[in-house]
Ligand binder design. Sequence first.
Ligand code: HEM
Length: 126
Amino acid sequence: MKMTQYEKIGKETLHNIIQAFYKRVKLHPDLSPIFPDDVTEIARKQEQFLTQFLGGPPLYTEEHGHPRLRMRHLPFPITPKRANAWLSCMSAAMDEVHFHGPEREEFFSRLVITAHHMVNTPDENE
Ligand code: HEM
């Protein structure tokens, strides 16, 4: 049977990417203002979400219902600049845990599409 992206990447690598990612989000001047000080719960939800996004068990939906991610992000002003900041934190997190190769390319390209889909506010001075 064909392996899922989740199986190829593995639970531990996914967990490590997410930890490295939120560490950067907290330090990023464009992102930290819209995130709470304590990102423990968001990191937990993100791990549930990305597990199912990659074809693993539907952990997010089991606990929180249908993701409706764009709608859940509407309370936060997500500009194109913030989407790019989010993606740069993710790329740096993947570097930090030495996650490379075709699995990374495939995963990251899906995140690029999803991040741009979350944009709900124009950049300033536009
Ligand atoms: C929640 C920002 C993209 C998945 C959140 C929250 C913020 C945020 C501020 C909520 C924090 C809170 O609850 O106080 C952003 C920004 C993005 C972005 C600036 C830039 C484009 C993404 C992408 C994904 C994602 C690409 C998935 C691939 C999630 C999930 C949650 C979340 C699963 C938790 C939703 C819940 O409360 O159940 N995000 N996000 N986000 N984000 Fe994003």
